[in-house]
Design a protein around this ligand. Structure first.
Ligand code: DON
Length: 347
């Protein structure tokens, strides 16, 4: 019916149209799917009552255990949320990711690997035994520790360069602000409560200094670490921070490149191996996602190239990870095929 060349061009036009329409269908479907996944997980877990607020920091015991919010931010900056997205909780250990990121950004990936190590401890986040376990390898190679447990995190805080405590703090709060895309503030009641009750972290700081991992003023490091743990964030802040990691260091909401893209995989690797402490293996087994928890009840998780997702829900399990956050993130991510180990080739 058509000359051969014309039918050839028609075929190409049809093929191009099919790709365009296919693309439109995909982009038109994805937001609905993401919102449905977030709403679905919210409804599924809103009545779940397992776990208990952290109480070794008195201010955390007072936070409403019913607080529950989910937020997902895609690597191109679309935001989908359900539940409470306004209430701020203290970021706690999730801050360890971003202070480690600051050290990696200013001193390279080797700095963290050599001074602190990038291995799971298999112990609780504030284990003293884990410190004793790395003691005999000082000076002979990287210790078997990581920057996401308290001893490694206090050491990472001590590594941030600055001539005064204020100068170091400006960098720490600065990188948190950049990842979140807004100016965050310290929750003073949490900072005071934790400062009054952090004798164990002071012991950890003193030991890390005595064993050569902290080379500057350990008391200043513990204080700045306590302050960074008290930064107030809502669930959308947390999801934006996770999405910035998913987008290789570019905050997808503000458009600012906040960390070199080449350094992001190192951050994600430590999150994958140690982000949920001694439950990190179990978490990875079910989700495949680099993640980080905090005793304030938040968890962030990163699906590289796709999205960052966060949940806030204060009641924790025995390992110190939010029960509802683990369940809800697993559900959302698996619904949206977020597991990077399940990535498919196009054929
Ligand atoms: O140092 C502490 O104990 C707290 N500021 C942070 C611990 C934490 O968030 C552990 N996370 N699950």
């Amino acid at each position: 019916m058509f000359p051969k060349s014309l039918s050839g061009s028609l075929a190409s036009i049809v093929a191009v149209l099919a790709v365009v329409i296919g693309g439109l269908v995909l982009t038109a479907q994805a937001p609905a799917d993401a919102q449905k996944a977030v709403d679905g997980a919210y409804n599924q877990f809103k009545t779940l009552k397992e776990g208990k607020n952290a109480d070794y920091i008195p201010a955390l015991a007072k936070v409403d255990p019913n607080l529950f919010g989910i937020s997902l931010v895609t690597a191109d900056g679309k935001v989908y949320s359900a539940g409470d997205i306004k209430t701020e909780v203290s970021i706690q250990s999730i801050s360890k990711v971003f202070t480690m990121a600051q050290v990696i950004q200013e001193q390279g990936t080797e700095s963290i690997e050599k001074r602190i190590g990038v291995d799971a401890t298999g112990a609780r986040f504030n284990s003293i035994i884990a410190i004793e376990g790395v003691r005999n390898v000082v000076g002979t190679g990287a210790p078997e520790m990581n920057a996401l447990v308290n001893p490694g995190a206090i050491s990472a805080t001590s590594m941030v360069r600055g001539n005064t405590a204020d100068a170091v703090w400006a960098k720490i709060i600065g990188i948190h602000n950049d990842f979140a895309g807004r100016q965050l503030k310290v929750l003073q009641d949490v900072y005071k409560s934790e400062s009054d009750s952090n004798q164990r972290n002071q012991a950890i700081g003193a030991l890390m200094f005595a064993y050569g991992y902290i080379k500057t003023d350990w008391k200043q490091a513990v204080d700045l670490y306590t302050r960074q743990c008290s930064i107030g964030v809502n669930v959308k802040d947390l999801a934006t921070m996770a999405a910035t990691l998913a987008a290789m260091g570019k905050n997808p909401v503000t458009g600012k490149q906040v960390m070199d893209a080449t350094k992001v995989p190192a951050v994600l690797a430590v999150m994958a191996t140690a982000g949920l402490y001694d439950d990190s293996g179990k978490w990875l087994y079910h989700t495949g996602l680099p993640a980080k928890s905090g005793v304030g009840g938040g968890i962030i998780a990163v699906s590289p190239g796709k999205f960052g997702v966060a949940v806030v829900s204060p009641p924790l399990d025995d390992a110190g990870n939010s029960v509802r956050a683990q369940r809800a993130i697993t559900e959302v991510s698996n619904t949206l095929n977020g597991n990077p180990y399940a990535a498919r080739t196009s054929r």
